[in-house]
Unconditional design. Structure first.
Ligand SMILES: C[C@@H](C(=O)O)C(=O)SCCNC(=O)CCNC(=O)[C@H](O)C(C)(C)COP(=O)(O)OP(=O)(O)OC[C@H]1O[C@@H](n2cnc3c(N)ncnc32)[C@H](O)[C@@H]1OP(=O)(O)O
Length: 178
């Protein structure tokens, strides 16, 4: 896919088509895919789709009711995930999801965030990757800190790992095995 995009962009650039059409989206996509595929030796991986955007909320039932009753979205039941220290509700948006997060237990990783942001707010983005182990190995080499030694099973039953927000432009990034 990345090769096809790169070839299309190269052909368009050669003919001056890209600048005439002012179509930056394919160029950006090709650039991020090719960056990922240039990982260290043995660590070839690529980003996939946006899986979800997570919002930390002080009142999970109230937030769930807002998305369901006011915005008319399809929402899941509340799922407690004790191994992650959160309860979650997924809001289905068709092309992606929102994940409403509320602390669970006395040692929740989102407790500090909600103390600082009492009304709640955007907590992390989750992007799929085609090979999470290759991604983790490659990112370690690039000095991007992971927040656990290895991937854990996330809300969708697939391996996930979080990257430190200070190494990702101030955004907490979750990678999920596609
Ligand atoms: C179920 C699963 C799934 O979807 O599959 C989930 O969602 S689990 C979702 C919950 N699990 C996780 O979030 C796991 C990964 N998260 C963590 O390990 C933690 O939340 C940290 C990201 C390390 C933050 O922990 P904590 O707030 O206790 O530490 P801290 O106050 O020292 O924060 C260190 C610095 O990072 C900033 N910081 C903290 N949380 C942030 C966030 N969500 N986005 C951007 N920056 C953030 C703080 O403001 C602070 O910056 P300053 O130093 O400038 O003030």
């Amino acid at each position: 896919m990345a090769q096809v995009l790169r070839a299309a962009v190269a052909a368009a650039c050669a003919g001056g088509l890209l600048s005439r059409l002012q179509a930056p989206v394919p160029a950006v996509r090709a650039s991020s895919a090719s960056q990922a595929s240039r990982g260290v030796a043995g660590a070839v991986w690529a980003l996939g789709r946006l899986n979800h955007v997570a919002i930390a909320v002080p009142d999970l039932e109230k937030a769930r009711a807002f998305y369901r009753d006011v915005l008319g979205a399809q929402v899941s039941e509340v799922s407690p995930l004790p191994e992650h220290g959160v309860s979650v509700v997924f809001v289905d948006l068709g092309n992606t999801k929102m994940e409403l997060l509320h602390p669970l237990g006395s040692d929740s990783p989102i407790a500090g965030f909600l103390q600082k942001n009492k009304a709640g707010g955007m907590h992390h983005v989750c992007i799929e990757v085609d090979d999470i182990n290759a991604a983790v190995t490659d990112l370690k080499e690039k000095k991007i800190r992971s927040l656990s030694d290895e991937a854990k099973i996330g809300a969708h039953g697939k391996p996930v790992i979080f990257l430190h927000p200070k190494d990702c432009g101030g955004v907490l990034v979750e990678l999920e095995q596609a």
